[in-house]
Design a protein around this ligand. Structure first.
Ligand code: SAM
Ligand code: SF4
Length: 457
């Protein structure tokens, strides 16, 4: 038997739950069709077209993360609207992509190498990197690690999905220096996996996890989704129990967002958990992980041990750290400039053929926007430094305190349980009026909360 039946159940009494629910009803406007998981600031719609000259300007050594985007997947999952991905690409097409990616790597390396930057983590994300032919993926990993002289003690992650992650693949990855695996499982319910067009079932997911362990990975993350169709608290609780039974080092629970570009957008909205259930799931999830000794850091990432805190996200968010994004649709942040590569392969290739770095858009942030960015990302770590709070942000902070989203913890503010459930909505409060206006003008679909308050109903 793969799982025992002694599932952990968290019992906040009904009256406690009702009290919390009543007390926080003003926070209950979470709507997956409006919601955004914030990963950049400013977001793409408010960047300007052009190529910055920022890599040369960094004269002192920095700690940098590398992110490489591999835009290939087995299936198109019905909930996935954000990531740039291509299905059914031929061997030649994938080899072509990797060859171009290497040209971009060479170029970026040649203009940054004089400054002895230290690479603190490397992340091969997607899409699904392990859809690449195995020899091509391994060669790419070796190429990056050698080129940037990456210390193999640092976090080196590859994202994968259960249908493309067998022992042979894991073995090659671990041999080439990869020390962290992130497996997208999403749900342990076969019906939902089918409904969302995932290319694997629950058993594949479990075997994928155990194979990674058997091969020797000591740092494994699994992704699950909160808010899938036909889900209620009982089903969600079942998923969480199944997840901890595997003892992953990290479990990431992404609250579902539904963008116009995904096929799920057209599904009957009554099939999804409503705002009240979503809120209860958010509270339940945190009670549950506390009861099984998982720590939440950053928000939505639960780890068994502090050493397994995902370094790439912590670097990006805690310190507003520099990230070089490589590959089609990648985004990065360097020398206070947020930038974004071309979104489609043709443009990406054309740019590299022209001898250019394939950046499509960028914006260099002034001091005020830099502070806003730091605040937005610190929220995602659960802790906001007081030294960042200028008078103009006081009102937002006071509102957060009034709404029981943060508490005073001396030199910093700490997100409360409710704050953690609503961290992404809290981030939106620090978007500048100019950025909000640009986003609404150019991409009104970016986030439904852009033109109305996300929190105060
Ligand atoms: C780029 S995917 C990489 C993993 C791999 N492609 C897979 O799906 O198994 C990273 C994660 O983003 C999350 N994700 C994708 N679409 C999402 C959505 N609409 N809402 C919330 N999270 C989403 C999923 O949990 C997924 O595992
Ligand atoms: S969720 Fe993962 S596998 Fe599914 S389409 Fe998105 S990137 Fe590809």
């Amino acid at each position: 038997m793969l799982f025992n039946n002694n599932a952990t159940t968290i019992t906040r009494t009904k009256s406690t739950n009702d009290f919390l629910f009543h007390h926080n009803r003003h926070l209950l406007n979470r709507d997956p069709w409006f919601y955004e998981f914030i990963v950049t600031y400013p977001p793409l719609p408010s960047l300007n077209e052009g190529i910055p000259n920022f890599f040369q300007e960094a004269t002192t050594s920095k700690n940098i993360s590398l992110y490489l985007h591999i835009p290939f997947c087995t299936n198109l999952c019905s909930f996935c609207g954000r990531f740039v991905k291509y299905i059914g690409q031929t061997h030649e097409q994938m080899v072509k992509y990797v060859n171009y990616l290497k040209k971009e790597i060479d170029y970026v390396h040649s203009i940054t190498q004089g400054n002895n930057h230290k690479i603190s983590s490397v992340y091969f994300g997607g899409g699904t990197p392990t859809v690449l032919p195995l020899d091509v993926l391994v060669e790419l990993i070796n190429y990056v690690l050698d080129k940037f002289n990456v210390d193999l003690q640092n976090e080196i992650t590859v994202e994968t999905s259960p249908e493309v992650s067998n022992k042979e693949i894991y073995n090659e990855l671990i041999q080439s220096g990869v020390n962290r695996i992130s497996i997208g499982i999403q749900s342990f319910d076969d019906n939902v996996l089918k409904l969302t067009n995932r290319a694997h079932d629950k058993l594949n997911a479990i075997y994928s996890f155990y194979n990674a362990r058997k091969i020797g990975f000591e740092n494994i993350n699994i992704d699950l989704l909160l808010g899938l169709p036909n889900y209620d608290l009982t089903k969600f609780s079942f998923d969480l129990n199944q997840a901890v039974e595997l003892k992953p080092d990290c479990i990431t629970i992404y609250p579902l967002y539904i963008q116009e570009s995904c096929t799920m957008y057209k599904m009957d909205r009554n099939r999804f958990p409503n705002a009240e259930v979503l809120w209860k799931m958010g509270i339940y999830e945190r009670d549950f992980f506390k009861s099984v000794d998982y720590i939440e850091s950053p928000i939505h990432y639960f780890t068994l041990n502090k050493n397994k805190t995902p370094q790439q996200w912590f670097h990006r968010w805690k310190n507003s750290g520099d990230v070089i994004g490589l590959g089609v649709s990648s985004f990065g942040f360097f020398n206070n400039t947020q930038y974004h590569n071309h979104l489609v392969l043709d443009k990406y290739y054309e740019s590299i053929d022209n001898g250019q770095i394939p950046i499509w858009k960028f914006l260099t942030l002034d001091k005020e926007e830099q502070t806003r960015r730091k605040l937005i990302f610190q929220i995602k770590t659960g802790v906001i430094e007081k030294t960042l709070i200028k008078t103009s942000f006081r009102k937002i902070i006071n509102n957060f305190i009034r709404l029981n989203l943060i508490t005073d913890a001396g030199e910093y503010y700490e997100l409360t349980l409710h704050g953690k459930v609503h961290s992404e909505e809290m981030c939106l409060e620090f978007f500048s009026p100019l950025v909000k206006q640009n986003v609404m003008n150019i991409s009104p679909g970016y986030c439904g909360y852009m033109n109305k308050p996300a929190l105060y109903y």
